[in-house]
Design a protein around this ligand. Structure first.
Ligand SMILES: *[C@@H]1O[C@H](CO)[C@@H](O)[C@H](O)[C@H]1NC(C)=O
Ligand SMILES: *[C@@H]1O[C@H](CO)[C@@H](O)[C@H](O)[C@H]1NC(C)=O
Length: 363
């Protein structure tokens, strides 16, 4: 929706964001203006927490099967390199970091090849298959949020050696924290495992996830965060995998409903919490962006909204996507695998996030 309001205006600056891979007018955002505002607000960088939507490869270094560090992942990444990102190219947070003027990519904290100084402006602690509920990460042996926050503390210690005590404090204060997760709490956890279903109705579980988010935000605030973006949950029922499993040709309401509800509650709680903690906060809409692309594909130059590009497109993601042949023209696809969006869809999402960051945090 934000996208539509701005549509058609800033084609020139958009090119900076989109790079040369996609010429079409999709994510509309005024990068020049955002960079100026970021500089004026002394934005120091981005610190990222969450799941596969923002994990640039932390899971490569964990004993988990939830990895995306093999072809065809990364097909359109720099040098066609698979990195662990669950898409053909960059993730929303990579585009956000680039637009703010820092780095073309957000490095993974656990990557042994990145040096501490490479992490000064952008770093991701995110871990694919993680979620708000600690049990979600536990089921797949990936990093729960508390562990991601523990790594943040390690990061801060390393930064102190580079920037000193005061410099590091300023940096954390001026950084934009990003949280992006929630999908796996439903797909890997609630709808798959009996434990939470026995404890909670789906609506109670949504409320439980919100309390987890509030706990995480309070901890970030305690550590020094003053600026925060929470990225919402995608329409789970529109994912090719869910459509396949539920044998549906249209988005599955049973899965979309709790995602929509979680988004509404996160958005409202975030606003209240931000006021209480004196945080500048923004909610990044993914749900609306994907639903709009699925309902109005032509607007974005998409023709395939129900299948992923990897393999048959109906169930492959992660391991089952490994080495699969991909579709002919993935610029026409909303989804890269049966769960994760294509880079092109992620650019649209990044534009949504940037527009809300501009108005709510930098405005
Ligand atoms: C940015 O940093 C300058 C210099 O330290 C300071 O005077 C100014 O108040 C800061 N602006 C914001 C919005 O934090
Ligand atoms: C998952 O939970 C079990 C039981 O509480 C615990 O023993 C185990 O260490 C946890 N695993 C991870 C990866 O946190």
């Amino acid at each position: 929706m934000v996208l539509m309001r701005a549509a058609g205006l800033m084609i020139m600056s958009m090119a900076i964001l989109l790079g040369s891979t996609f010429g079409a007018a999709i994510g509309i955002v005024n990068v020049g203006q955002i960079r100026k505002l970021a500089a004026k607000n002394n934005v120091s960088g981005v610190l990222v927490f969450g799941d596969s939507s923002v994990d640039p490869g932390n899971n490569n270094h964990l004993a988990t099967t939830f990895k995306g560090n093999f072809p065809p992942y990364g097909k359109d990444f720099f040098r066609g390199q698979p990195t662990g990102r669950f898409s053909n190219g960059r993730l929303p947070t990579d585009f956000v970091a680039e637009a703010l003027g820092y780095s073309e990519v957000v490095p993974a904290f656990l990557d042994p090849n990145v040096k501490p100084k490479d992490l000064l402006r952008a770093v991701s602690f995110a871990s694919a298959a993680s979620g708000y509920d600690d049990l979600t990460a536990n089921l797949t042996n990936v990093l729960p949020v508390w562990k991601q926050l523990e790594y943040l503390k390690h990061y801060i210690m390393r930064m102190r050696r580079l920037e000193g005590e005061r410099g590091t404090k300023e940096m954390i204060k001026n950084a934009i924290f990003v949280i992006s997760m929630g999908t796996n709490d439903f797909l890997q956890n609630y709808f798959l495992e009996p434990k939470r279903q026995k404890q909670f109705t789906v609506q109670q579980y949504v409320d439980y996830l919100v309390t987890c988010m509030i706990r995480d935000v309070k901890e970030m605030h305690r550590i020094g965060a003053t600026r925060l973006v929470v990225v919402g949950v995608p329409p789970l029922g529109c994912m090719p995998l869910v459509k396949t499993v539920m044998d549906s040709t249209v988005c599955v309401d049973k899965y979309n409903m709790p995602a929509h509800s979680l988004n509404t509650k996160i958005k409202n709680s975030l606003a209240t919490l931000a006021e209480e903690l004196k945080l500048k906060s923004a909610f990044g809409d993914v749900y609306g962006a994907i639903v709009d692309a699925v309902n109005n594909p032509k607007k974005y130059g998409f023709t395939e909204t129900s299948k992923g590009c990897c393999g048959t497109g109906t169930y492959e993601y992660g391991d089952t996507c490994k080495g699969q042949i991909t579709c002919k023209d993935h610029s026409k696809y909303v989804f890269w695998d049966a769960v994760h969006p294509t880079e092109k869809m992620y650019q649209i999402i990044a534009a949504n996030i940037l527009n809300t960051v501009q108005s709510q945090i930098l405005g």
